[in-house]
Design a protein around this ligand. Sequence first.
Ligand SMILES: Nc1nc2c(c(=O)[nH]1)N[C@H]1C(S)=C(S)[C@@H](COP(=O)(O)O)O[C@H]1N2
Ligand SMILES: [Mo]
Length: 214
Amino acid sequence: MSAVEPGDGAENEVLRVPEVTRGFTGRRRRRTEALPPGQYRTDDFPVLSAGPTPRVDTDEWRFTITTETGSSHHWDWNGLQRLPRDSFDTDLHCVTRWSKFGTRWSGYPLDAFFDRVQTSAGHALVTSYGGYTTNLPVADLLGGRAWIVTGYDGQPLEPVHGGPARLLVPHLYLWKSAKWVRSITLSDEQELGFWERVGYHAYGDPWSEQRYSL
Ligand SMILES: Nc1nc2c(c(=O)[nH]1)N[C@H]1C(S)=C(S)[C@@H](COP(=O)(O)O)O[C@H]1N2
Ligand SMILES: [Mo]
């Protein structure tokens, strides 16, 4: 695994998603179709993975939130389906400078998971099947700004893009949106994730160009 840029990995490839004519669907629109500084627009959906694509069966899929006191909450695939489902459009911004406008997702807001979780922790470390990690403040997982998504453009999320389920936090650079999400560990102390440890920004706001920690 060469730690060069978030996404430079063994499996880089470009998937072309066919353009579809889109009628009014009544979906919530979160996209702004504005480019953060230093970004360019692409209509491709690049695949950026720092390693091979884990194959996770929905029968075996499990998602866990562990609090700062060590109590754990688990959801399996059936438990996931019982949560309120949300469909939305959003823009994506990758630190390697591509932005993609108007991507369509469906999934479950993290707020629904956190309804069951007693915590006053400020920090979250997200871990994926395959071992990838990324950190962000707990507050950024709440307020209808972060989802566990299982659908992309009307289809089940493909494994290369993080299927069966990935985190999506579109207001931060896309490396925060852990594919093949497995668990979130909450704590009072910040613990850096995979890219953050090698110099990428601990927070990663695309609008203030927080690419690297200085
Ligand atoms: N598990 C895991 N999640 C990950 C990555 C990864 O290597 N492994 N790469 C991140 C980076 S750097 C980006 S830009 C996005 C890319 O998502 P995509 O491949 O669906 O475009 O996933 C993020 N989530
Ligand atoms: Mo990335």
